[in-house]
Design a protein around this ligand. Structure first.
Ligand code: NAD
Length: 498
């Protein structure tokens, strides 16, 4: 292991993954445990203990007990904790980024980028005094001497259940808004990457929120189900694969909770002969191979429309060949390993099926081996062509460094292909023609559309969510939707007789 890698994770974080409940670090006495594995080396970094239903119950009670005082804490005071959290996170950005890179495999630059996007949500939630004012309002004299108000009120305990692919950013899509609106909060991070949350909660601990306002429980499916079924949880935010998102949506709704559940994706990029290829190519490469393709906004199918195809193909191959595969904490790395060997096997199966169905390999990363013989779950950049809408690889999320090229004659044909998947998270078009761009954004059924932008991740002050099988619920994450999700608008009508 290189010196850079050795220094990557602080010893305290490497050896223990704890819960954080009621302002205290606690170790759950768990029957089930799982190793946190460095996906580049196969080394064990830590052990996660899975919180039982009893441990979850203790955390929910603690959060519930903290609710009444927190709710009565003026919103201008509540956000002071978030101003402090922003500073604490910024001070720790290098430490979190290296730990994140170790447990996830992405590059340190990518890790820093996602932490920055997470902090952006803390910053947006600092404006909660103003955000809570919006969408409420009052009208005097709705009847003689009678006034009517709509006010936003918090509900109680909220939980967020998050995936492995953005271990720092996604928890911060929820935590700041939930607590700034006056709720208390429990995070259940992905058991594959719990170390980033440990460090985020060290920042939470340093901020000194009142005990029980912000809590962390670790675990897997059983822990999630205990949260979904608990009577004192008011609402659930979820991000992960679509089958689990659907399960979370249905189970939480059956237990009377509000739910926002973001699922998987299958995103296409369309390139027309009006595109500036020079600008488009690096953008497409970043979208497909960044984060080793493990991104819900990755455009893993690229459709060339008409004459552009040959140039597009050639330039994409050249750019993909130039990428360096390696360990995330090493500066020269562009593409890190996949999260687990099982993920790698799943992607290899998708490639194999695509070849059986008639696609052709023009860049083959399947046999990539790390030069130092590291036992990580690496996969080299791979490029398939001849991909058609009826193939499995054109319909299923790949979540690996694989670009599928398709060729069509007309933009309408491309749009039909984009809309044929069951998902609706994101899609991009590369063109300098305003009328082509307009046709595209009008016709494509996806929650996030990029025009010459390959990763159309909305800023924190806009909502973020997909459509179709990419989202279950109605209010999305971030921005105004988050305020609506975490508050109940209450009508108060009053008349005074003396
Ligand atoms: P996952 O669904 O396996 O896990 C997500 C969370 O659900 C984890 O915390 C996990 O512990 C829990 N979980 C897993 N199985 C469960 C079960 N049977 N019952 C209850 N809980 C369960 O997802 P992942 O592999 O960690 O993340 C990758 C997926 O997340 C991809 O499909 C990706 O597209 C999606 N994702 C979507 C968005 C979005 O904004 N739509 C963003 C990031 C990731």
């Amino acid at each position: 292991m290189s010196e850079q890698q050795e220094q990557a994770v602080s010893p305290a974080v490497r050896s223990r993954v704890d819960n954080y409940v009621g302002g205290q670090w606690t170790t759950p006495a768990a029957e089930t445990t799982q190793s946190v594995v460095d996906p580049a080396t196969g080394d064990d970094l830590a052990t996660v203990e899975f919180s039982s239903a009893e441990t979850v119950d203790q955390a929910v009670r603690t959060a519930n007990d903290a609710f009444e005082d927190w709710r009565q804490t003026p919103v201008v005071e509540r956000v002071q904790y978030l101003f402090d959290l922003k500073t604490e996170l910024e001070d720790r950005i290098d430490e979190i980024a290296t730990a994140l890179s170790r447990e996830h495999g992405k590059t340190v630059a990518e890790a820093r980028g996602e932490i920055r996007r997470g902090i952006e949500n803390v910053e947006v939630a600092c404006g909660m005094p103003n955000m809570m004012r919006e969408g409420s309002g009052n009208v005097e004299d709705v009847a003689s001497g009678m006034d009517e108000y709509a006010v936003r009120q918090p509900l109680g305990v909220f939980t967020a259940i998050t995936p492995f692919n953005f271990p720092a950013m996604i928890p911060l899509w929820f935590l700041p808004y939930a607590v700034a609106t006056g709720n208390t909060f429990i995070l259940k991070p992905s058991e594959k990457v719990p170390l980033s949350s440990q460090l985020i909660f060290e920042a939470v601990d340093a901020v000194d929120f009142p005990d029980g306002v912000v809590n962390l429980v670790n675990g897997g499916a059983e822990t999630v189900n205990a949260l979904l079924e608990h009577d004192d949880i008011e609402g659930v935010s979820f991000v992960g694969s679509s089958p689990v998102a659907k399960h979370v949506y249905e189970t939480a709704a059956q237990h009377g909770k509000r739910v926002q559940a973001q699922g998987g994706a299958k995103n296409y990029a369309v390139v027309t002969d009006q595109a500036s290829l020079e600008d488009a190519i690096p953008n497409i490469i970043g979208s497909v191979y960044g984060n080793a393709g493990q991104r819900c906004l990755a455009n893993d199918v690229v459709v060339g429309v008409g004459d552009v195809y040959d140039d597009l193909r050639e330039q994409l191959i050249d750019a993909a060949e130039d990428l360096t595969v390696g360990v995330g904490v090493e500066e020269e790395t562009d593409v890190g390993p996949l999260i687990t060997d099982e993920s790698r096997e799943r992607v290899l199966d998708l490639i194999e099926n695509a070849l059986d169905e008639g696609a052709e390999l023009v860049l083959d990363g399947r046999d990539f081996e790390h030069p130092e013989g590291l036992a990580g779950s690496f996969l080299g950049p791979t490029l398939l062509e001849g991909v058609t809408a009826d193939m499995e690889i054109a319909q299923e999320e790949i979540f690996g460094p694989v670009l599928c090229l398709a060729e069509v004659d007309a933009l309408d044909e491309a749009i039909e292909m984009v809309n044929a998947t069951k998902y609706g998270n994101a899609s991009s078009i590369y063109t300098e023609s305003g009328s082509e761009a307009r046709r595209y954004k009008y016709a494509v059924d996806a929650g996030n559309i990029g025009i010459n932008v390959g990763v159309c991740a909305p800023m924190g002050f806009f909502h973020f969510g997909g459509r179709k099988a990419s989202f279950f619920g109605d209010l999305h994450a971030q921005g105004e939707d988050a305020v609506n999700f975490y508050t109940e608008k209450t009508i108060q009508i009053e008349r005074w007789y003396s």
